[in-house]
Design a protein around this ligand. Structure first.
Ligand code: NAP
Ligand code: MG
Length: 412
């Protein structure tokens, strides 16, 4: 391995992005990956300008390429709003690339913290990572809602497509002004969410915890519980027992309390809203947005790895003015490592899996030696070793560590 580059058998789908993360992406490739790997990249430029030039076709092409090859790695991208349309002189306010890709691959988003010894999570008992699996379909994110000003009856009405009489249920008889909301989910989506969670937990050797409010919501939340139970009984009970893993269901409030007392080492499956709220709580508790990894796992066996943070626009404007930046590339590096590990597993190329571990280890050891970007220095344990470095210096330090590991071929 010391003299020879590691060969990655199947092409990896690479999706470039925007702003500060695009700058770091280039550095990570040039300094950490290309010196050690002989790999073919299916490159898609999802930078906003190129999405605009291609009428966003490039995003769909990238998603199709992930379907073809199985594994993709994505840089952060701008989701345009009115200001961005002006700034980039866009033809249209293009949709979120993540949304588009999720639409094509139909998946569940898994997030996990990157742990280092000198940054303690704010919850003392957490010794191992807590992962979150967020159902990314339905509930309040696809709702219909209404403000009512006057007294009247609100009803749920279901009209069967094939004829037959509508089914009705009274929601509330309003005596005055109020608010109303209708939400839905589908068995199919919940099943694919459950399957993705069991698969991920099993692959990562994690216990799986799930919580809903099925004592109150006896049809809606109860259906989530039922689908998970059925999936477990049907395909996972034996495998989980053999691997000494547990699947545990509890009420959502009980689950939250158990999470706070747990030592981690588990996947927390969350309904859409719970996952939205709880992944931000986890991010804050683990110290920095740049210490959270993210992977979209599709029920069809396709994977897309990314950082969970955005393009770090504020740092980019400083960079453009020629000012020094101290932006953290950990999550981007872990996205590449995750993609390479999965590629290596699918291709049965242990060298590639091993390189992915070296890459992660080099990044973690750099921080543990006290070499950190600004976001980490703020939350790390105080030490005379601690030294704040700039964006590129940080990647250079990791490159140095990595070279050492590769040369020594340390057995992990
Ligand atoms: P952001 O890029 O995540 O940054 C928010 C703040 O978090 C930064 O200003 C910075 O704080 C801190 N931060 C995030 N990542 C960091 C890193 N790697 N190193 C150091 N500090 C980091 O979110 P945003 O500014 O709200 O969004 C910017 C653009 O990203 C938007 O156009 C949005 O559409 C896009 N976005 C993309 C994705 C994605 O592609 N997955 C996700 C979210 C947002 P300080 O300024 O205090 O240092
Ligand atoms: Mg959120």
């Amino acid at each position: 391995m010391a003299n020879k580059k590691v060969k990655v058998k199947t092409p990896l789908v690479e999706m470039d992005g925007d702003e500060m993360t695009r700058i770091m992406w280039r550095m990570v490739k040039d300094k950490l990956l290309l010196p050690h790997l002989d790999m073919a990249l299916e490159y898609y430029d999802l930078g906003l300008k190129h999405r605009d030039e291609t009428d966003d076709r490039v995003t769909l092409e990238a998603a199709e390429a992930i379907k073809k090859y199985g594994v993709g790695v994505k840089c952060a991208t701008i989701t345009p709003n009115k200001e961005r349309v002006k700034e980039y002189n866009l033809r249209q306010e293009w949709k979120s690339p993540n949304g588009t890709i999720r639409g094509v691959l139909d998946g569940t988003v898994f997030r996990a913290p990157i742990l280092v010894k000198n940054i303690q999570p704010s919850v003392r008992t957490w010794k191992k990572p807590i992962h979150i699996g967020r159902h990314a379909y339905g509930d309040i994110y696809r709702n219909a809602e209404m403000r009512v000003e006057d007294p009247g009856r609100a009803e749920l009405v279901f009209t069967p497509e094939g004829g037959g009489s509508p089914v009705r249920a009274t929601i509330h008889d309003f005596k005055g002004a109020g608010i109303l909301q209708g939400i839905h989910n589908t068995d199919r989506s919940i099943q694919s969410f459950a399957r993705a969670c069991f698969t991920y937990a099993y692959d990562m050797k994690l216990h799986l915890w799930f919580g809903t409010k099925d004592t109150i919501s006896k049809t809606y939340d109860a259906q989530f519980r039922r689908v998970f139970d059925e999936e477990y009984k049907k395909d996972w009970e034996r495998k989980f027992k053999d691997a000494a893993l547990e699947y545990h269901f509890a009420l959502i409030d009980d689950t939250v309390a158990r999470i706070m007392r747990s030592e981690g080492g588990l996947l927390w499956a969350c309904k859409n809203y719970d996952g939205d709220v709880m992944s931000d709580m986890l991010g804050a508790a683990y110290g920095s947005l740049a210490m959270i990894t993210s992977v979209l796992v599709s029920p069809n066996g396709w994977y897309e790895f990314e950082a969970s943070h955005g393009t770090v626009q504020k740092h980019y404007s400083k960079y453009l003015k020629g000012e020094k930046t101290s932006t953290n590339s950990m999550a981007l590096i872990f996205a590449w490592a995750g993609a390479l590990r999965k590629r290596g597993e699918l291709d049965s190329t242990p060298d590639v899996v091993e390189f992915a571990s070296y890459l992660e280890r080099a990044a973690v050891e750099t921080v543990q030696k006290g070499v950190m970007t600004g976001d980490l220095i703020r939350v790390a344990e105080a030490s005379p070793k601690n030294r704040q470095v700039q964006t590129e210096e940080f990647i250079d330090a990791i490159a140095g560590e990595l070279k050492g590991l590769v040369v020594q071929r340390i057995v992990l």
